[in-house]
Write a protein of this length. Structure first.
Lengths: 290, 255, 332
């Protein structure tokens, strides 16, 4: 029983990574119908950035978190202008291909720059483990859970309570309608990109110290985050959150009771099954139809 | 003989009831017009008949078969053809290719035949090509057969979309505002085409706003408002119906 | 009015002549590059059928390449069957996987379909690495055979131990697959695929069972990629998990799009150009995906129809009217 609870706890902390990635994915999908295939790789870049800042430049971890998030936001802006803005009026499939091109650039670039050796992102409290009875969790993982909660709350406040957030939601729901209301849609889109990539940035520095850094660490989480969106329901951030947490727990349980090597395949299988039998997902609106 | 029987059809989208307890019958060989104010549920009805929308409740029986809940390609195979309000053709293809594509649902040649160009495959291609030409003749587009469909005028594209649907060999043709966006001189031609289609034995169901056209060619008129039929009958019957007048013009005040 | 030799046919014959004669003049190393180009062209052609002509963007074809390679090798090495049973077996297995993954994937449209195919590619890569008992894991598998020698009518045999003969063997399959795809695309079924790629809803309203047609295209595409995988295994005799690495699927798509998706020559042109030039410039393999991505992006912004598409718009200016696909084949 204690073992199960432990796995559940691990799963929630694992799920937080997916929550951050999936929210970013949902925002970008909603705003420009862009599936940011590179979301996982952006997370990886942020983790490496944080790693270098803390390990090579002895920066304070929290400062690194802020700076890396900021840097990723700027990368998001650059990506928006160089990759997606130029093809915004092209047939939609060109947008998808552009997203793939971005993924290729990051994939190739990462392998070239970071190589194939794994790195360990150490922080002053890397060895600290919190215990409660027979349950234990690395302090970093607790920070992950706390950090994700804070970020998601801030996101909710931003979207629901600020006028910029309302513009974001409006543009996501109906681009032309938003334009008619005087909303500068291209600015809102740029902002959406900044937010979406910043979320990946936060994820990178939050989760980095809790895992091994490798150039290939981004793809798996991207696929799980995406499965979470399908499972939790397309077009809904709450759905993405719930889906992410559930899949994080599923992954943890599979890892613990069956095998760690196949947990990703298991998560993918869940997505396939969802697609076959309940394409709308748990809270979803409509399966994507143009 | 009843070709299409709609019973208590209903469609709700969340809180909005677009089609409400709608029942009517269309007999074979008739030309039925469906009219009503904007938002009355006319296009929704067509979507329900072809299966593009799933009915909330109710039944649709076509040619003796219950087709409620069919998918769009299945209703086409049963014999219901449909054009759209916004003209949809394959703009990048030539006019004749569009009509050839329209015949796809009757294709018998498989992959093997296609790749090996068997005699059967070549004969079918020949047959398809001939039929496409004759359909283009029928709708009056024979002289633009090799042009790209996207380059045609709006009226010609409407004819083409009708030709494409005719290629599917429908028993019932649903025309959704065939004269929408077409200028006055060209309407006459489309009206003639509609009559010609009906004369060839195809039952026609028409959504239209142009009253003169509707009154002049329809055997039967169904008036929809707020998703249900408020009146039915011949042109004179419908024109003098109090509820119809009220729906279009507002309540008549006693002077 | 039939043309005896249209510019298209002349172009293909010329390319074929070059492909056949070139290895005789360049060294063994360059011939091996040509062989790889031929193998990857097959995948690009199969992707073209699915994406260029049916409008479905699949990031998952590296999986079929890998499945073809591993199925071929396993049938030979573990089941001790010869080249041809393994070849057809591997092809069939790839096709089967295509069919099975196509069913759920094709229910989705747009980005969701693409992501499922990407997921499939990643998962296949993971499974190949993890299932060491079957696949040898990171160590890979050795022992895939070359094709059995073919007895010649005038005595003697055509053996495939030599690089040159293996190259011609591969080239033969490339030609066959291009031929089959061309016939398919210009047939009535092919017109259905193209209709789906332009406007799936309209196609559906005309009675076309779009799910079935997309699945057909997907399965055929997967089958041909499996052929490429088996050919690779036979040529290399040793395979490792990187044959199924998902980034390769994206590389292949970039070759297709740069070459011109939706044209018959596009995939071959694209694969040749995008593989030969980095090889000529001696660019480090690890940088290739990055460069492919950049080139792809540049083409997307400035010449989205690719090299082949660019030719297509040029041809009318050379005096040919733009004829429909069926007219060019003398059908309409």
């Amino acid at each position: 029983m204690a073992e199960l609870t432990q796995y559940l706890l691990n799963g929630i902390s694992q799920g937080c990574l997916y929550v951050l990635l999936a929210s970013g994915l949902t925002i970008l999908l909603g705003i420009m119908n862009v599936p940011n295939f590179a979301q996982g790789h952006l997370y990886m870049v942020a983790a490496y950035l944080g790693f270098y800042m803390v390990m090579s430049y002895s920066m304070n971890y929290w400062l690194a978190l802020v700076l890396a998030t900021f840097a990723l936001g700027i990368i998001g802006l650059i990506v928006y202008f160089l990759v997606f803005y130029p093809v915004r009026n092209a047939p939609e499939v060109n947008l998808f291909v552009a997203a793939m091109a971005l993924l290729m650039i990051l994939e190739g670039g990462a392998l070239y720059v970071f190589g194939t050796e794994t790195k360990w992102f150490l922080v002053p409290w890397s060895r600290t483990v919190l215990s409660l009875g027979s349950l234990s969790l690395q302090l970093q993982r607790v920070i992950v859970i706390a950090g994700t909660t804070v970020v998601m709350l801030a996101l909710w406040v931003f979207i629901k309570k600020t006028s910029l957030g309302a513009a974001l939601e409006a543009t996501a729901q109906h681009r032309e309608g938003a334009m008619l209301c005087g909303i500068k849609v291209s600015r809102v889109s740029a902002m959406a990109f900044i937010i979406g990539t910043a979320l990946a940035g936060i994820a990178g520095v939050l989760i980095g110290p809790a895992v091994l850094l490798e150039a290939t660490m981004g793809m798996g989480p991207l696929l799980v985050a995406f499965s979470a969106i399908i499972f939790g329901g397309l077009g809904s951030i709450p759905g993405a959150v719930v889906g992410s947490l559930l899949l994080g727990v599923a992954e943890s349980l599979t890892s613990g009771y069956i095998s760690a090597k196949y947990s990703l395949a298991f998560v993918f299988a869940i997505m396939i099954v969802t697609l076959l039998f309940r394409p709308k997902g748990l809270f979803g609106k409509e399966v994507w139809r143009p | 003989m009843a070709l299409l029987e709609v019973s208590h059809l209903e469609k709700t989208f969340g809180g909005l009831t677009a089609v409400n307890d709608l029942s009517f019958t269309v007999n074979q060989g008739q030309l039925v017009s469906i009219i009503g104010p904007n938002g009355a549920g006319k296009s929704t009805l067509f979507n329900l008949l072809t299966g593009a929308y799933r009915a909330t409740t109710g039944k649709v029986v076509f040619d003796g078969q219950d087709i409620t809940g069919c998918k769009p390609y299945q209703s086409a195979r049963h014999g219901i053809g449909r054009t759209f309000q916004s003209t949809t053709v394959f703009g990048n293809e030539s006019v004749i290719d569009n009509v050839i594509i329209g015949q796809s649902l009757h294709l018998k040649t498989g992959v093997w035949g296609a790749v090996m160009r068997t005699g059967k495959a070549r004969r079918e291609q020949e047959k398809v090509r001939e039929k496409a030409h004759s359909i283009l003749d029928f709708v009056g587009l024979a002289d633009v057969a090799t042009r790209a469909a996207g380059g045609l005028t709006e009226e010609a594209q409407k004819r083409l979309s009708i030709a494409m649907v005719l290629a599917t060999n429908p028993k019932l043709l649903l025309l959704d505002e065939p004269t929408g966006g077409v200028n006055l001189e060209e309407i006459g031609g489309l009206i003639e085409l509609t009559k010609k289609i009906r004369q060839s034995g195809i039952t026609v169901c028409l959504i239209e706003h142009k009253m003169r056209m509707v009154m002049s060619i329809s055997d039967h008129i169904i008036v929809l408002n707020y998703g249900t039929n408020i009146a039915e009958g011949t042109a004179p019957e419908v024109a003098n119906n109090e509820q119809v007048i009220e729906a279009y013009l507002g309540a008549r005040r006693v002077a | 009015m039939k043309h005896i030799a249209s510019p298209h046919a002349a172009g293909w014959l010329l390319a074929l002549a070059v492909a056949v004669l070139l290895p005789l003049f360049v060294g063994g190393y360059l011939t091996s590059i040509l062989l790889l180009i031929a193998i990857y062209s097959i995948v690009a052609v199969s992707l073209n059928l699915l994406y260029g002509y049916t409008g479905q963007l699949s990031l998952g074809h590296s999986a079929f390449l890998g499945i073809g390679a591993y199925a071929f090798t396993l049938i030979c090495v573990k089941l001790h069957l010869g080249f041809w049973p393994a070849f057809f077996g591997a092809t069939a297995i790839s096709g089967l996987f295509g069919f099975l993954i196509g069913i759920p994937a094709l229910k989705l449209r747009g980005p969701y379909f693409i992501l499922v195919t990407l997921g499939f590619a990643a998962i296949v890569g993971v499974i190949i690495l993890a299932w060491t008992g079957l696949t040898g894991g990171a160590n890979g598998l050795a022992g895939a055979p070359r094709p059995n020698p073919i007895p010649l009518p005038w005595g003697g045999r055509l053996a495939f131990d030599s690089l040159l003969n293996m190259y011609y063997f591969t080239l033969f399959f490339l030609m066959v697959i291009v031929f089959v795809c061309r016939r398919l695309v210009y047939s009535l079924i092919g017109r259905t695929f193209v209709a789906i790629s332009h406007n799936e809803n309209l196609a559906e309203s005309l009675g076309i069972d779009t799910m079935r047609k997309k699945l057909l295209s997907f399965t055929i595409s997967a089958t041909f990629s499996g052929v490429a995988g088996a050919l690779f295994a036979s040529y290399n005799t040793v395979i490792s998990p990187d044959i199924a690495y998902y980034a390769r699927g994206m590389d292949l798509l970039s070759y297709l799009i740069v070459g011109g998706a939706g044209t018959m020559a596009g995939p071959v042109i694209g694969t040749f150009v995008m593989m030969a030039i980095p090889e000529g410039l001696q660019i480090v393999p690890t940088l290739r995906t990055l460069i492919n991505g950049v080139i792809l992006l540049v083409f997307l912004i400035f010449l989205p129809t690719g090299i082949g598409g660019g030719f297509k718009t040029l041809l009318p200016r050379l005096g040919r009217s733009s004829k429909s696909g069926m007219e060019r084949n003398g059908v309409a």
